[in-house]
Design a binder for this molecule. Structure first.
Ligand SMILES: Nc1ncnc2c1ncn2[C@@H]1O[C@H](COP(=O)(O)OP(=O)(O)O)[C@@H](O)[C@H]1O
Ligand SMILES: [Mg+2]
Length: 419
């Protein structure tokens, strides 16, 4: 990617530009435009765009991607004038908007926008929009359900989950963000759709230092110990009694109040507990201890996807190597493993990207999901006992977890329809 100033001296022909207050806020857009165009694009601020679009250099532009959020609303007239200017130069306009009022959106669309995509960008949304722009077909829906209150929401018809899925998260080295991912993923899934969100249960099986209750400000309860030991004879109603609700949307089975030996439960109890949770909820998210225990295998076999979080350091690399060896030695299902690189280097950090590539190659794994550093906001949200979505909606870590939740939710819906 080239910056606004570097844009003019870049020898590669630039075919597109992003135009935003600060394009770094829209990191999903950066990822997608890079995937489509490689280096052949630049980024401009609103003021730079006004100047640049009037220069001869702008003639090579095929389209501009204007990205705005609610903070840009006071500047809406400026943005509209940029859209009109681009159109007068025969440059296509893609509008990417987050939390913009329907009235502002209407104005922007009226100014000549060729295609509109809501932000955060869903999988392939940018790709499809670009295809529409290139083939001159308008977007199928102008305003999606992401637009704040008042806009008609468009409900997908296939998200009525009939199958019950289980995700587990384990840290390859303590502190690599497994619990952060489990808690926030569970919360995003529980809120994924205004009307058809799945019912979600977060099960904290890190029996000793489980911190889901801290991260969601829920009390640890004595009763958990009984449920764990009686799981095999317990019915769904008794299981439900042991759950706590977070904001009426997420049910949580917290870790016990006292530190218990991890082998206080065995494979049969864990199996029974997972069955109860699965019977009761559409989606179960299990937060695992970072150590391997007797019943890790049980959870691995039951899980649909088993997430393993790691970071870009020697500690994670070596632990993950040993973890993979153990899986192979025990004949455990390696195909369910989904490795998540937390605190991943930014897109523009090329040496960091090189290190990620080498890490993945040396472990012979894919690191498709990479979570950015979410700064202090993340631990602050944990300390306040609220999910990131409720305290720091625009945090880059939150956005990436939301993206993951959407992908999983779509996969669940597809699976449900296929059955
Ligand atoms: N991507 C991130 N950006 C910033 N802080 C993070 C990130 N991931 C995790 N943290 C913080 O790191 C600490 C450890 O995270 P946690 O999820 O409890 O790790 P684990 O469960 O793997 O031991 C927490 O304070 C959490 O807020
Ligand atoms: Mg943890």
């Amino acid at each position: 990617m080239s910056g606004g100033l570097a844009l003019q001296s870049n020898p590669a022909p630039i075919v597109a530009c992003t135009i935003a207050r600060d394009v770094q806020i829209f990191d999903l857009l950066i990822d997608d435009i890079e995937a489509e165009l490689g280096e052949a694009w630049g980024d401009l601020s609103f003021l730079e765009a006004q100047t640049f679009l009037n220069q001869p250099d702008a003639e090579t532009l095929e389209f501009v991607a204007i990205a705005i959020d609610d903070e840009d609303e006071p500047e809406i007239e400026l943005v509209c004038s940029i859209i009109r200017l681009a159109k007068s130069k025969d440059i296509k306009v893609m509008l990417i908007a987050e939390d913009v009022s329907p009235a502002a959106l209407h104005k922007l669309l009226q100014s000549g926008t060729d295609d509109f995509v809501p932000y955060p960008l869903l999988e392939r949304a940018f790709h499809d929009s670009l295809a529409r722009i290139r083939s001159n077909t308008p977007a199928p829906a102008e305003i999606g359900d992401h637009v704040s209150e008042g806009a008609e929401s468009i409900q997908p018809t296939t998200t009525d989950i009939k199958d019950h899925v289980l995700f587990a998260v384990q840290s390859m080295a303590g502190g690599t963000g497994a619990t952060t991912l489990a808690v926030n993923l569970a919360w995003e899934l529980a809120n994924i759709d205004k009307k058809l969100s799945p019912s979600v249960c977060l099960l904290d099986l890190d029996l000793q230092f489980g911190s889901t209750s801290t991260y969601l400000d829920l009390p640890r309860r004595e009763v958990i110990y009984e449920v764990l030991s009686d799981a095999q004879t317990m019915d769904v109603d008794a299981f439900k009694q042991a759950l706590l609700s977070f904001n009426q949307r997420l049910s949580v089975f917290t870790a016990p109040s006292d530190i218990l030996p991890l082998d206080i439960i065995g494979q049969e109890e864990v199996k029974a507990l997972l069955r109860l949770a699965r019977e009761t909820f559409d989606v179960v998210v299990v937060d695992m201890p970072s150590t391997i225990v007797g019943w890790s295998e049980t959870v691995m076999n039951e899980a649909d996807v088993y997430f393993a979080t790691l970071e870009l350091d020697m500690r994670s690399a070596q632990n993950t190597m040993r973890f993979i060896k153990a899986l192979q030695a025990e004949g455990l299902p390696t195909d369910k493993m989904h490795y998540v690189l937390n605190r991943a280097p930014r897109n523009l950090d090329l040496s960091g990207k090189g290190r990620v590539k080498r890490l993945a190659e040396s472990l012979d794994i894919e690191l498709k999901t990479q979570l950015p550093d979410g700064t202090k906001q993340v631990s602050q949200a944990c300390d306040h006992g609220v999910p990131l979505a409720d305290m720091a909606r625009k945090n880059p870590l939150r956005k990436e977890i939301l993206k993951l939740a959407k992908t999983l939710h779509e996969a669940i819906a597809v699976q449900a329809v296929a059955r």
